[in-house]
Ligand binder design. Structure first.
Ligand SMILES: C[S@@+](CC[C@H](N)C(=O)[O-])C[C@H]1O[C@@H](n2cnc3c(N)ncnc32)[C@H](O)[C@@H]1O
Length: 389
């Protein structure tokens, strides 16, 4: 099938192109079965998670310099060491285990568990919730190699636990949970979907029907009668709500790029935040080579905080990644390894620079902490500048 509006990006290897064509055919037949129009949320679900074919469900490299994007745990183990200090504080106070959502390559799990183990504070159980069978295998192989003697502490689970006590972490997971595209044309709200044309996939907007999506879009979009495109992540909200409802005691950290609602749905952000990642190129065409690229959007942290509260949890902190890491002691950690390290030199060392620089991940990435049964200030927010949700 021809693909629409391809940006100028590196061509895939022939077998990768063939893989993408097969997935495009699956999506095309799903569109036809649905009567010719598919909500974007469903398109994204297939493009990323169709069994054996979606971007996260199949074998492309994804992470690291050979892949499509780099995440914080892949940049430096210092990231996991900071999270370990936060996890330790929570586990010492409330007991329980660790649960990681969307562990990707397994780098955070390996370094976080490894750091706690080195401190004599390894949790009895490290649960991993991963929707991708292919990534589960990678995590399995990495953790079996790194921790042959305590591999039985790692358990993969298929869904969110109904009851959980301890520490939960999700780094760059909420941004890849399929979301809806909403488009206000003049005064009318539409849901953006995907149709088939002779040239491939194309956009098509349908008037929104009564329901949760209409209510959320009407509440979130800035007032006005100008055209405005954005995203609404009802499934991500559902994930946070369910997780919060199952939390008996403890803290969940969500780390991702995103904004509070008033910034995400700012009048000037009228083209939305949908972004695709393909071999370290960022672009806005989700129809490009389905199955070979990631599709994401910025997270609405106000909506996530509300969802957590609906699940009975409280918000315990919201700040930038830079403030969180520094509040956890990143600078102290680095200077312990090299006493000549000052904060300004630290900013210049490339891995740490990428984690905390405002021009890189430091400000765009935020950390939201929600919890239950926690009556002490969390380490990562103690000396951090709080942001308004
Ligand atoms: C962008 S990657 C981030 C991986 C890793 N956390 C990191 O920081 O490198 C997103 C991860 O979330 C997983 N994922 C997506 N939706 C999920 C869900 N609903 N529950 C659990 N994992 C999910 C993906 O398969 C993948 O492992």
């Amino acid at each position: 099938m021809a693909l629409s509006a391809e940006p100028v990006l590196p061509p895939p290897a022939p077998e990768a192109a063939a893989h993408s064509r097969l997935l495009a055919e699956l999506i095309a037949s799903t569109i036809l079965d649905a009567g010719g129009w598919l909500p974007f949320e469903r398109y994204m679900e297939l493009a990323l998670y169709a069994p054996g074919q979606g971007y996260y469900a199949a074998g492309s490299r994804k992470f690291g310099s050979e892949g499509d994007f780099v995440t914080a745990p892949e940049i430096s183990p210092m990231f996991a060491r900071c999270i370990a200090l936060q996890a330790r504080q929570v586990l010492e106070a409330v007991g329980g285990d660790i649960l990681e959502l969307g562990p990707g390559s397994g780098a955070l799990a390996a370094d976080l568990y490894g750091e706690l183990k080195a401190q004599g504070k390894a949790p009895r159980n490290y649960f991993l919730l991963e929707v991708s069978p292919e990534l589960r295998e990678r995590q399995h192989a990495l953790l079996a190699e790194r921790f042959p003697d305590d591999f039985d502490r790692f358990t993969w689970i298929d869904g969110l636990p109904q009851r959980f006590r301890g520490f939960v972490v999700a780094n760059e997971v909420l941004d890849v949970v399929p979301f809806s595209l909403v488009y206000r044309k003049g005064m009318d709200l539409h849901e953006r979907g995907v149709i088939l044309t002779d040239a491939g996939f194309a956009w098509d907007d349908q008037p929104m029907v009564e329901g949760d999506l209409l209510n959320r879009a009407a509440a979130a979009l800035p007032p006005g009668d100008y055209d405005y495109l954005s995203e609404v992540g009802l499934a991500a909200e559902g994930l946070v709500r369910t997780l919060a409802a199952g939390l008996e005691a403890g803290v969940a950290l969500f780390i991702d790029y995103g904004f509070p609602e008033r910034e995400l749905y700012h009048p000037q952000r009228s083209m939305g935040t949908l972004r695709c990642h393909y071999r370290h190129h960022f672009h806005g065409d989700p129809f490009f080579l389905p199955g070979l690229q990631d599709i994401t959007a910025h997270v609405d942290f106000s909506a996530m905080a509300r969802a957590a509260q609906q699940g009975g949890a409280e918000v315990h902190g919201f700040t930038t990644q830079a403030y969180f890491l520094i509040s956890c002691g990143l600078a102290v950690m680095v200077s312990a390894e090299d006493p000549t390290m000052t904060l300004s030199r630290l900013k210049a060392t490339s891995a740490v620079h990428r984690l905390i620089s405002p021009a890189e991940m430091g400000e765009l990435f935020k950390v939201l902490a929600i919890g239950k049964g926690v009556d002490f200030p969390l380490l990562g927010f103690q000396s951090a500048r709080p942001l308004q949700l």
